[in-house]
Design a protein around this ligand. Sequence first.
Ligand code: F6P
Length: 476
Amino acid sequence: MSGGRPRLVVASNRGPFTLEERSDGSVALHPGAGGLAPSLAAALAGRTDTVWVAAALSPADRTAAGRSEDVAVESDQSGLALRFVDIDDETFRSAYDVVANATLWFSFHGLFDASRRPLFDRRFYEAWERYRLYNLAFAAAVDAVAAPGAVVLVNDYHLLLTGSALAQARPDLFTVHFSHTPFPGAEELELLPPSVRAELLGSMSCFGACGFHTARWAGGFRRCADAAGIEAPPTFHAGLGADLERLRALAGSEAVGRHASALEERFSGRRLIVRSDRIELSKNILRGLRAFDLVLHEHPALRGRVTMLSRGYPSREGLPEYLAYRAEVEHLTELVNERWATSTWTPVELDVDDEFSATVAALMRYDVLLVNPVRDGMNLVAKEGPSLNTRDGVLVLSRFAGAYEDLGEDALSIHPFDVSDTADALVRALEMPAGERSRRAAALRSKAQHLAPAAWLEQVLSEARLSGRAVTRPSC
Ligand code: F6P
């Protein structure tokens, strides 16, 4: 960090890197998982005025947190410094698993199954208290590092209560909250207890501004605030685009080359439907499998000629819902394969490794890319795929993915709950004439790169500066 305290502070639960202590005592940096961190880290490359505050997730992160020192990132993202917040295990598990992932994530993605969940019992309210403490710990860490008048970019549903805490502690800061998730409609948010809903929206209203990937999610937030009688802060939308430079560098790498050759050998002469997601309930992997099963049932000529390559890496396995979902995905994959496989062809191949170079190779090679989430804040795969693909592949895209606002016109759109519609779109994609494929692929490539990370960050920061300082209403 040059010249004292940072002018920009980024906060998110998961940071761009986690630390690992090697046997010789040196410390290695590992890139954080997920879509947000790598894009944002790339946008921050070269800035020397920024500290990224994140939860300590590894023992070496905790050691660094204990020293209350920034860790300099010496890599292609150099310039950036990390500050880890050490949160005790019980508080972290309650805030991350029970509130952020099992409650807010479900609420924001419309995943509740109302016959059983949500369920607000004593355990939930204890977890809610810990979610508050976790947010206060983050706000204290931001307060400790931020220079007077700094811009603070807070990310996602883990940190919604930092809005009010920062407004009280540091009214000099320009705070902006950005949601990488959808934001639900007013009736859906009403599934949360009134006190919880009011505290969340009240705290969000204390940020200088709130940003979302699409106009739809921003509108949802304003309507929720309105319905709760809370004055929304200035809102904006900025749909993050694909990072073409980073993707091109990766595509040319030796590791991707190796994976690309392996794919050619594995799927030689076959058409490929690719999907790439965390094994995550909102990604709608089960209906995707059912749609492919239907395609094979109704189109015998496609049997043996098309493979669905599903790259899905395990996620949030601390939650029983995620473990059960993974088991269901694996079971349904087996069923489809049992039904249609031949001695030389496996219809669905499920790769569960988390290796981005293998994903890049698959995205370069697809004939059809299936992105069918039940709801998604943006879905960067829908943009990374067309940016990397070399075969004029067709994008089959859920109309409830944030990316649909940018790409819907040139993709084949589907209703993610409608398996018949999805099956028809897959067939149409596989049969699309070359001219139409090429026209659509070119349009997607160009639109996917709009608001690439650096431009996206500039827009978010300028919205923060324009909207002014954190709000100091009595409710904050
Ligand atoms: O999509 C929303 C999001 O918060 C991303 O910003 C982030 O990559 C991911 O979800 C968080 O996932 P995890 O629980 O694995 O940190």
